[in-house]
Ligand binder design. Structure first.
Ligand code: B12
Length: 210
């Protein structure tokens, strides 16, 4: 039997190979993807962030841990998305301009897919114009914005303003998220909602699109 705590350690130590191997074994033993994410993977990234903050870790360690996290998540994402039910709505999602963090955004995208949403993922470092173009092209019900840096939070307001300027704001709902973001910030910039994690994002997305 695999000890999933090894997954926590592998991500914390930036050990991509072990992270992937433990995830594969845990899945083959029937451990639920969400349990791996909430109990081991996300807490490991939180600890990475804590160590970075107190200068025990530096950018190379962040990169290695991010890579290990992505490797493990890559195995889980198809499983999260596989349960897709009837189409719940259409979503355009991206991390805002200047921000390269995409792990949390990818998790939200996979969970929304699993909940039956058609998801158009624009990636990271997405400009307001790119969001506007994607809304024109895909005609989503919901636009989801992610930011992990306090300095990129204002870029969320830029997207909302760009949607307004393009005459599209009334046609879509806007949900925002990411570690520094709050409900207060959402109302301040004229977004419709905030959700603190991928699970809550699904609930809020359902509420916004029905
Ligand atoms: C991994 C990581 C990186 C990796 C990112 C790899 C990648 N591909 O994503 C790399 C090495 C690239 C990186 C770079 C930097 N990082 Co960094 N990084 C992190 C770290 C350790 C983990 C982030 C993560 O993946 N968490 C795991 C996921 C699952 O959680 P999450 O992202 O929070 O997402 C969840 C929720 O927030 C929410 N959510 C997220 N998005 C959305 C969107 C919607 C719509 C909704 C509803 C919900 C939602 O749901 C998600 C799932 O439950 C955090 C620390 C932390 N604990 O957050 C620092 C952190 C975010 N980074 C930080 C910093 C400072 C940087 C750098 C500036 C460092 C530097 N000096 O170069 C650069 C900036 C680069 C850039 N321009 O973006 C700071 C930010 C401080 C601040 N408040 O501004 C943090 C907080 C570290 C710290 N404690 O100081 N980083």
């Amino acid at each position: 039997m695999v000890d999933p705590k090894q997954l926590y350690d592998a991500i914390l130590n930036g050990d991509h190979k072990t992270a992937v191997a433990v995830t594969e074994q845990a899945l083959s033993e029937g451990i639920a993807p969400l349990e791996l994410i909430t109990k081991y993977m996300s807490p490991a990234m939180d600890e990475v962030g804590r160590r970075f903050e107190c200068e025990e870790y530096f950018v190379p360690e962040l990169l290695l841990s991010g890579r290990a996290m992505k490797g493990a998540l890559g195995l889980l994402q198809p499983l999260l998305a596989a349960s897709r039910a009837a189409l719940a709505g259409r979503v355009v999602i991206g991390t805002v301009k200047g921000d390269l963090h995409d792990i949390g955004k990818n998790l939200v995208a996979s969970m929304l897919e699993g909940a039956g949403f058609e998801v158009h993922d624009l990636g990271a470092d997405v400009s307001p114009d790119e969001f506007v173009a994607a809304v024109q092209e895909h005609k989503p019900d919901l636009v989801c914005l992610s930011a992990l840096l306090t300095v990129t939070m204002p870029a969320m307001r830029d997207v909302v303003d760009a949607l307004k300027a393009a005459g599209l704001r009334d046609r879509v709902r806007v949900m925002i998220g990411g570690a520094p973001v709050t409900t207060e910030f959402a109302s301040e910039i004229g977004a419709d909602a905030y959700a603190e994690n991928a699970g809550v994002a699904v609930t809020v997305a359902r509420r916004l699109t029905t």
